[in-house]
Write a protein that binds this ligand. Sequence first.
Ligand code: FAD
Length: 577
Amino acid sequence: MTSQAKVTDTYDVVVVGSGAGALTAAIFAADRGMSVLIVEKSDKYGGTSALSGGGIWVPNNHYFKAKGGQDSFEQALTYLKASVGDQVDEARLRAYLDNAPKMMQYLQENTRLNYTVAERYPDYYQHLPGAAPGGRTLDPELFDTTALGEEVENLQPASPTTLLMGKIAWTARHAHKAMARERGWRLLLVWLMLRYKLDFKQRRKTRRDRRAALGNALIASLRASLMDRNVPLWLNTDFSELVQNDEGRVTGLIVKRNGQEQLINVRQGVILGSGGFEQNQALRDRYLPKPTRVEWSATPPGRNTGAALEAGQAIGAATAMLDWAWWAPTISVPKEEKARGVFAERAFPGAIVVNGEGKRFVNEAVGYLEFVDEMYRDNIKTNGKTVPAWVIFDAHFRFNYAMGPLMPAQVMPDSRMPKSWHKSVYWKADSLEALAAEIGVDAKGLKHTVERVNGFAATGNDEDFQRGGNVFDRYYGDSNVKPNPCLAPIKKGPFYAMRLDAGDIGTKGGLLTNEKGCVVREDGREIKGLYAIGNCSASVMGTVYPGAGATLGPAMTFAYIAINDLAQQKADQKVSA
Ligand code: FAD
């Protein structure tokens, strides 16, 4: 330990990082009567959480029940056990399912958080027992950032990919309606645009929407709730080391604040919520499958570099699943600081994804984690021809649907796209053969694949990968397309291709914790006073992604669990004193 560090402060609890889990921990700590400090490395709070969709996966929640929905702890446990398998202790799965609904109900009733249930958003593995066709994902409503006052300047700005036309706030409900082209979608877009434009007071000041949406709404509402409680948040404060007493209990941490090294003492515990290691190329090279690049991650550059992992390892913490990430295919766009995740568009009818041999290798509509997992598997089979992969579509698709940064041509024709995007974001040719030559994909293979898929589009039956064969695939299909909303022919030139990298939205492995969120050693003993939540901990979801919100949900839930554990310890100490 750096013993020269100046002792600056003592708190009951110090929370490292300012993502959704970290801020949730701070709220619960404050409400349980503990003094609490949040330390955040960057000059903005919110981390990847602030760029996210803000969806939280909470089976058996009170929102769905209030609307007459059916779910139960047992059904959700059946599903989690079937999807996660035996990679994770059942005690942790149970702790999650038991506490997630309680955590959300408390936040809804006692803070500024405002969520609603996505009644029709299906779990990702519809073939497994206990899967629900909807009702387990909770989505944020828009949040008026006026409540943050000047603190709004320090809020990590939303990613343009999560905003309508890169600037207008909309909810997940709105986005889905527009993307799936449900009745009234055009009117909805006009209304959202007008509302933004007619907010004259805000427009005179800034391009930023007054309303925060999705993950930005989640973080803004949590931060505003912390301001209500006078909880301090130190920006530009980089955590590096944990400090222990002679019994091995964590009693403090070393941070560098504005360049000055400091020791902060803790009476109760440290909650690590500083994200994964996706922004650290050396750690990616050490742990993740190859090839892997920092630039393919859809997370904020330079932030989550694995500080918690390294500090935990330095004091003997066990780790798990370090070779896994929350995979998502991504597209890099010139001048944008991070890659864009391609989450939903792969399900739209008329786009397929091929490897360098021109062959499909996956049901394009599967969840994003499985999609990239299949990329890596196929990359081994093809000797390196599947990373990157290529999404292929025709002029009909281009006119009607978005793909990554390309808005439908009816809104954004090729002539209005930045010139630098041609041959960096998209490739275009009059024939499939010419397109294949441009992107270095086998032309015969591509032609054969397209003919085969065009046949499937006519019958509605994808004989190779069963795309559109379940309610999850069809959620992002086009309900106007028959017989299969996820399948349409590719036949009208010009033809387009876009490059998909093996990206991520954060890493998934990290410090191993128990059902209390406490970090453990290899032999299972707790490191007292040390908790890990979010992507710096090994995910309670194992190597799978059971439903939308399965990363934020556990981060926030284990924050609640960890603080309850600390509060219990504090109460026990009082009794024995
Ligand atoms: P973060 O939210 O990244 O927070 C970590 C914080 O710690 C950062 O602010 C970072 O600067 C700080 N930090 C790092 N190192 C240090 C240090 N040494 N000292 C102090 N601070 C430090 N997940 C869902 O569940 N639902 C969704 O709808 C969803 N949508 C997504 C959409 C997109 C486009 C993306 C990119 C991701 C999405 N995700 C979603 C994934 C989700 O956002 C992340 O898994 C989650 O935010 C990780 O939370 P975290 O608290 O672990 O990390």
